[in-house]
Design a binder for this molecule. Sequence first.
Ligand SMILES: [Zn+2]
Length: 142
Amino acid sequence: MFESEYQEIWIHDSEKLPDSCITCGMFTDQVVKAKAVQHHQKMVPASESNSMMALGCLLHLLGPIGLIAHTALQQGSSPPTTVQKTVVSKSKVKVPCCRLCGSHGIPEPTTADVVAGRYAFNAHPRFIERLNVLRRESMDEV
Ligand SMILES: [Zn+2]
């Protein structure tokens, strides 16, 4: 099947990309901004924990009684110094995508490493081929 020729390829956001549509492989000078979202775990001080802050806000809304309950909660439990929190990083990465494919939907990364600026896309074989040529050329320059 034609679809099976698509391969996942990692793209760096500062990388020079070929003028081929990432979806259909045809020549294009159009670029689209693909939205990338990454969920990752981060250790944060317990005081910054969202759940505790949300609870605090909620209790503050309840007025003086809530305030007492909040203080009691903070004193009663000894929270760990750090907690694991899921952080969502969002970014946009420019990828070549022709008008036609773009009208059907902006390509989305299959996996994103926003922190490192790397994004994986299911790309057309011709796009990958041309990207590999560019990568070889840039290696020759070094
Ligand atoms: Zn296209």
